[in-house]
Design a protein. Structure first.
Length: 293
């Protein structure tokens, strides 16, 4: 197995911080993403390398193993166990002789694909888990829909349930790296990064927004039409409605994750707008009202 320098692939130093790794990955992933480089085999290859490097270096434990064992980092723990067993055996037989780098290489060659593995039936190991980040808008996750993702040059059909939250991670079994010696494939973990570019604030399954109410409607009452996430509704305004009044529209919030036809609520706050640029007549009328009060 040829050694792959993940630090060099991301263009960072070995002392890079988690933030520097994340920033380098995002920059390169955008540059070489298959959707932006159609039919570009070199870009696809580069994108695959970038994802592989990020999957290892963005995980603290995996990064430690990679720094210690290099290309064989996934099986470092197996080597340590074998080394301990060998040390115990050497101590028992009166010898004091450790593993060399060649021993280390021979060990992995025998267990993970070499001739001895073929003769002795090498141990099976699960493939590497992959991690990906999917960027969506809030409107994209209001309804269940399907998308086709390209992960490590493989197309994966994914059903995205309505109500997925920002930062949520889902697992797709068996869509990670190939297993070793016939072991099971790894899994694919997808993290959702959801951008809210709407007038609504989302908290869990509830949505929040504010609605401007003119002074006259707030005092005298009336009817207004407002926007909800999926259409317009008419609301009746009670006379003498105070500023900052909150009302709840049940079931007009966000879909509840994996709960068919169940929704949170929409909470509306009324903001009373004071009229400006009054005419002379309007000022006179307000003055009369002031005297009456």
């Amino acid at each position: 197995m040829t050694f792959v320098d993940y630090y060099q692939i991301l263009g960072i130093k070995k002392s890079a911080t988690d933030k520097e790794i994340k920033n380098a990955y995002r920059k390169l992933a955008r540059k070489y993403h298959p959707d932006l480089n159609p039919d570009n085999k070199e870009a696809e290859k580069k994108f695959k390398e970038i994802n592989e490097a990020n999957e290892v270096l963005s995980n603290t434990e995996n990064r430690k193993k990679y720094d210690k064992y290099g290309k064989d980092w996934k099986h470092g723990e197996e080597f340590e166990k074998a080394q301990q067993q060998q040390s115990q055996h050497q101590s028992y037989s009166g010898r004091n002789q450790g593993y060399s780098e060649q021993d280390f290489s021979d060990y992995f060659s025998s267990m993970f694909g070499g001739e001895r593995a073929s003769r002795q039936g090498g141990r099976k190991f699960k493939g590497q888990d992959f991690n990906a980040e999917l960027h969506l808008n809030l409107k994209d996750v209001y309804e269940t829909h399907k998308q086709v993702l390209t992960v490590n040059n493989s197309k994966i059909r994914l059903t995205i349930p309505a109500g997925v939250e920002n930062g949520q991670v889902i697992k797709i079994k068996g869509k990670g790296g190939k297993g070793v010696n016939g072991g099971p494939n790894g899994d694919l973990y997808i993290k959702f990064s959801i951008k809210n570019n709407t007038q609504f604030k989302r908290e869990g399954n509830n949505l929040y927004t504010s609605v401007d109410l003119d002074l006259y409607t707030a005092i005298l009452g009336g009817e207004i039409t407002i926007n909800t996430f999926n259409g317009k509704v008419k609301l009746k305004i009670a006379p003498e409605t105070p500023n900052e009044t909150k009302i709840k529209l049940k079931g007009k919030g966000f879909p509840i994750y994996k709960k068919n036809n169940q929704f949170g609520d929409l909470i509306i706050t009324y903001r009373i707008k004071i009229p400006t640029k009054l005419s002379t007549k309007e000022r006179e009328l307000f003055a009369e009202l002031q005297k009456l009060r």
